[in-house]
Design a protein around this ligand. Sequence first.
Ligand SMILES: Cc1ncc(COP(=O)(O)O)c(C=O)c1O
Length: 362
Amino acid sequence: VSLQALPDDLETPCVVVDRATMDANIERLQSALDARGIRNRPHAKTHKSVRIGRLQVDAGAAGLTVGTLGEAEVFAAGGITDLFIAYPLWFSGSKGERLRALTEVADLRVGVDSVEGATTLAAAVKGVARPPRALVEVDSGGHRTGVEDPALVVEIARAVSNAGLEVEGVFTHGGHAYALGAAEAAAADETTALAQAAEALRRAGFEPRTISSGTTPTRLLAGTPVNEVRAGTYVFGDRQQVSLGAAAEDEVALVVAATVVSVHLGRFVIDAGAKSLTKDRPEHLAGYGLMPAYPDVVIDRLSDYHGTCVVPNGGPAPRLGEVVAIVPNHVCPVVDLFDELTVVSAGGGTERWPVDARGRSR
Ligand SMILES: Cc1ncc(COP(=O)(O)O)c(C=O)c1O
């Protein structure tokens, strides 16, 4: 991790981003997907930053993926207007009104996974000049949203079309890639489910232009006919991605900086608790983050503002007042807890970038 040498004068807790590492992450995925002839549509929920979204688009991304209307509104207002809301949102009432308004400033694609969702979407945008195009979500094994049966994809596509909207294609998110050793099989599941769904659409007379898969662990493993990938977490990496082999240690571009505020026998406390690190902890990892400078330390317990750390067998530990870098377990919800990112350039200079879509969970 390149951020062990933190800048001086940080007011902790804060989030520090290494610009060179982040730029390299953006460039590496873009060129890998370019080489495979696959469009890159990164998920912006990880960084929630218009400036970082702009870096991704300038590097060659086709547009961005978002998870909420609020994120879409923020990125559209920031000038990034090619947006896919990869979520089966329920567009009734004021959400329908917000979607209508968004169609005036953005070129939208929207996920659907039910006939009712498709008709609700179509009703919300009836008569708009630039209606969103729909992508039908397929469940490839993550068992979250999406239909399991390719025949249902056709039924939903017909509902979309009968309601006057265009069917853009199909998408999936192989969330079951998030287990040790699971990425290759999950990527194969994503590709197979999408291939079956695309074929079913074709047989029913629809031409799926976009066939979209994506998680960070599977981002380089998509096969034909996938033509779009939507990784998000890759931009910063985190402890979970390193543990899964989906990012190298030196590809982690973000740490939480915290100060040691209390030291007692066998333990110490940092000023980063659940409201900085979140309680996200994959089963295969001990503690709520990794301190690269003190890799044996376990961040054992979190209260809102305290992180209680255990030092096994009297090993090395930071001193009172020391500022330590922590690689969070799961970076996406961590970023959402901070107003700004402290971005450190290769020359050591720092800038503060706003987390523009912070808190836009709806
Ligand atoms: C629908 C969808 N697409 C893409 C992604 C990006 O995946 P990752 O967080 O593994 O980069 C997510 C993440 O939750 C998602 O929900």
